[in-house]
Design a protein around this ligand. Sequence first.
Ligand code: A3P
Length: 285
Amino acid sequence: MTGKLIWFEGIPFPRLDYSPEILSSLQESFIIKDEDVLLLTFPKSGTNWLIETVCLIYSKGDPKWVQSEPIWNRSPWVENKYGYELLKEKEGPRLISSHLPIQLFPKSFFNSKAKMIYLIRNPRDVFVSGYFFWRIAKFVEKPESLEEYFEWFIRGNMPFGSWFDHTRGWMSMRDKENFLILSYEEMKWDMRSAVEKICQFLGKKLEPEELDSVLRNSSFQAMKENNMSNYSLVKGLHLEENGHLLRKGVTGDWKNHFTVAQAEIFDKLFQEKMADLPQELFPWE
Ligand code: A3P
């Protein structure tokens, strides 16, 4: 995947939305405030689901906010041109999204008390989700086939680079008090507990009916029907008309797409790259 990308410090970014100037000034001079909350993911890990959930926690389950403001304004991506400008002007505590690898993240974060949630997902499902997404995205070169995309993914030759490096990098923060690791799988398997975990981390308290409302309004179906969250606002511009960000929303879809050989290559690579990390970080295994 080389067309429509720029490289910054060895990491590819879609040319349309990213600039080396912003990426470099971000690191040195963007100030993360103690009261900011940061939502960090490798693309296709469930970023938008996490944003929707946290917004609903903030509004105590009231869907008014998530139904009236586009998701990229509620929690802008700090590294793209649009989000960077928006966040610079934003007063008070901010929700900030990012896909940046740790080495490119604003340095001010590491001396702050800002809380960060890192959402992780089985990389095999990240791979499948990404394959279908990049095929409907207008701002990157489309993979011709799953085999081609497999090569790109394995080599990290795609937006935001290698899943393995990204995850390893951020996992180094895992013992910090202001860093919570959450998985797409635990959200899928027990969303109630996942929301309670987020609430506890953020110091938020929800009444039982508020929690029920968070669960209802962050469901796959509710998000798919919410024009402020389903990316229908950018169809034709950034996404193909027939494309859906909310595609399937399940765990284990990789089993429908990997060949036996690909599954073996992936397992071997995972072992090589991640074996020294505590395996409980990867709840799908
Ligand atoms: P699939 O392509 O596997 O369906 P991101 O937001 O990081 O781009 O991730 C997109 C993935 O999250 C897509 O996965 C999408 O369907 C899934 N997703 C988004 N909202 C979801 C929800 N409410 N419940 C379950 N999965 C959701």
